[in-house]
Write a protein that binds this ligand. Structure first.
Ligand SMILES: NC(=O)c1ccc[n+]([C@@H]2O[C@H](COP(=O)([O-])OP(=O)(O)OC[C@H]3O[C@@H](n4cnc5c(N)ncnc54)[C@H](O)[C@@H]3O)[C@@H](O)[C@H]2O)c1
Length: 388
C-alpha cells in the first residue's frame, strides 16, 4: 500500500451550504474515498480534517454523519495545533477577514471561499500578510473548472473566435422571499451589514472568469439595485433586504472586448442553465453554460432578415453545434482542492492566490462605486501579485 502522508486541515464553516456540500463532502471526503492525492515523489497526501464552527450541536451532527471525530468550537486552539498545516474558510463572508488574519499569524497556509473580504483594503492586507508570512494561499475559483467554461476556454485557446468582440452573461434565478415559500439562500446574503449583496458575491466570480478566459478587466460601469426590499429569514421573521439583489454591468477588457453581465436573484429562468455566456467573435460564436457549450462558425452562420410581418421560419437554437466533452470532468471544487494540496505539499504551480481573490473584491468594490456615482470607473492595477 502506498504511504499516506497526512496533511492537517482546519475547516471553518462546514455547517454552511458550501462548506458542507462542496468542500467537505464533494471535495475532501471524496479525496479520502479515492485514497488521497497521489504525489509526484510517491505516497498519497491524506487530508486530516479538524472541523471548526460556532454551534457545537450542528458541528457534532456533521462530524457524526461522516464518522469524523476531530472538531472544536475553538478556532484559536485549532490554529495553535502543530499538526494543522492549512486553514480553510467557508464561513459567511463577514467573518472571513478576521479568521484568515489569525490563521496567517499562526503560520497556516490559507485556502478560502470567495469573496476574500468585504473590502479591497481588507483583501489586500490579507494578501500582503500571507506573502510576508511566507505561507501558500489560494481562493476558490470553481467556475473555471466547470465543463462549460473549460470548453469555452478550449475554444479561446484554439483561436476559434478570431477577434473576440463581446461576452454576454446572464446569471440568476428567482430566490423566494421566504414568506409563502422558504428562501433557497441564506438571509445574510440580503443584508449589507452581514456581507450580503449580489455584487460582492458574484463580481469576484465574473472577475476571474473574464480575466483568465479573455483578459484583464480595465473598467466597469454598473447599475445596481434591490428589487425585493423585504424578505423573511430562516425563522420566518421579516427583515429589510439592505443589500443589492441585481446588478447590470458592463466590463471593458483588453483588446476592446466588451463583457456585459446581468446578475439577479429576481429573475425567472428562461435559459438552458443558471448561468450562460454568449461570446461573439469575427470567426465564430459560442454559448457556454455550466456544463454545455455550443458553437456557430462564421461559415455556417445563417442570414436572418428582419421582417415582423411574417412568422419566423428559423429555429435559431438548432443552428448551433455541441462542443464534445472529450474528457471526464471531476467536481470543480475537488479539482481545485487537489491542485492546492499539491501546491502546498510539493510546490506544484498554482495561480489562484489571494492576490487574484483581491482583484475580484476590487471589481466588486469599484462596481458598487460606479453604481453609487452613476459613472464608468477604471480599474487600477493592484500592486503585489501578478495576474494569472
Ligand atoms: N464558490 C461558490 O460558488 C460559492 C457559492 C455560494 C457561496 N459561496 C461563499 O461561501 C461562503 C459561505 O456561503 P454559504 O452560502 O455556504 O453560507 P451559509 O450561510 O450556508 O454558511 C455560512 C457558514 O458560516 C458560519 N458562520 C460563522 N459566522 C456566521 C455569521 N455571523 N452569520 C452567518 N453564518 C456564520 C455558519 O455557521 C455556516 O457554517 C460565502 O462567503 C459565500 O460568498 C461561494
Amino acid at each position: 500500500m502506498t504511504a499516506r502522508i497526512p496533511m492537517g486541515i482546519v475547516m471553518n464553516g462546514v455547517t454552511g451550504r458550501m462548506g458542507y456540500r462542496q468542500h467537505l463532502v464533494r471535495s475532501l471526503l471524496a479525496i479520502r474515498e479515492q485514497g488521497g492525492v497521489p504525489l509526484r515523489g510517491g505516497g498519497r497526501l491524506w487530508p486530516e480534517l479538524v472541523l471548526v464552527g460556532r454551534n457545537e450541536a450542528k458541528l457534532r451532527d456533521v462530524a457524526d454523519r461522516h464518522g469524523l471525530t476531530d472538531w472544536t468550537t475553538d478556532l484559536a486552539a485549532a490554529l495553535a495545533r502543530p499538526d494543522t498545516a492549512i486553514y480553510f474558510d467557508a464561513q459567511a463572508t463577514s467573518e472571513r477577514e478576521k479568521a484568515i488574519g489569525l490563521a496567517i499569524e499562526a503560520g497556516k497556509h490559507i485556502y478560502t471561499e470567495k469573496p476574500l473580504a468585504t473590502t479591497l483594503h481588507g483583501a489586500v492586507e490579507l494578501a500582503r500578510a500571507a506573502d510576508a508570512a511566507g505561507v501558500r494561499h489560494g481562493v476558490v475559483q470553481d467556475k473555471l473548472f466547470l465543463p462549460g467554461l473549460r470548453k469555452l476556454d478550449r475554444l479561446v485557446r484554439a483561436g476559434f473566435f478570431g477577434r473576440i468582440l463581446s461576452v454576454r452573461g446572464e446569471f440568476g434565478y428567482w430566490v423566494f422571499e421566504g414568506d409563502w415559500q422558504a428562501a433557497q439562500r441564506p438571509s445574510w446574503n440580503y443584508r449589507a451589514a452581514d456581507g450580503g449583496g449580489i455584487v460582492v458575491d458574484m463580481f469576484p466570480h465574473w472577475h476571474y472568469v473574464l480575466e483568465q478566459v479573455f483578459g484583464p478587466v480595465r473598467a466597469v460601469t454598473a447599475h445596481v439595485t434591490t428589487h425585493i426590499p423585504r424578505r423573511w429569514d430562516e425563522d420566518g421573521q421579516p427583515y429589510d433586504a439592505t443589500a443589492d439583489d441585481a446588478a447590470y454591468a458592463i466590463f471593458e477588457l483588453d483588446g476592446g472586448i466588451v463583457a456585459q453581465i446581468n446578475s439577479s436573484w429576481a429573475v425567472r429562468v428562461n435559459r438552458d442553465e443558471l448561468v450562460e455566456f454568449q461570446v461573439d467573435g469575427t470567426e465564430g460564436s459560442a454559448v457556454a453554460g455550466l456544463r454545455r457549450c455550443r458553437v456557430q462558425h462564421r461559415a455556417s452562420t445563417p442570414k436572418p432578415v428582419w421582417n415582423p410581418d411574417l412568422p419566423s421560419t428559423d429555429d435559431f437554437r438548432s443552428q448551433w453545434q455541441e462542443v464534445p466533452d472529450n474528457e471526464v470532468y471531476d467536481n470543480g471544487f475537488k479539482t481545485q482542492w487537489e491542485m492546492f494540496l499539491r501546491h502546498v505539499a510539493e510546490d506544484a504551480p498554482y495561480s489562484w492566490d489571494l492576490w487574484s481573490g483581491a482583484r475580484g473584491v476590487q471589481l466588486a468594490e469599484l462596481g458598487l462605486l460606479s453604481a453609487r456615482e452613476g459613472r464608468r470607473v477604471e480599474i487600477p492595477e493592484l500592486t503585489g501579485g501578478e495576474p494569472a
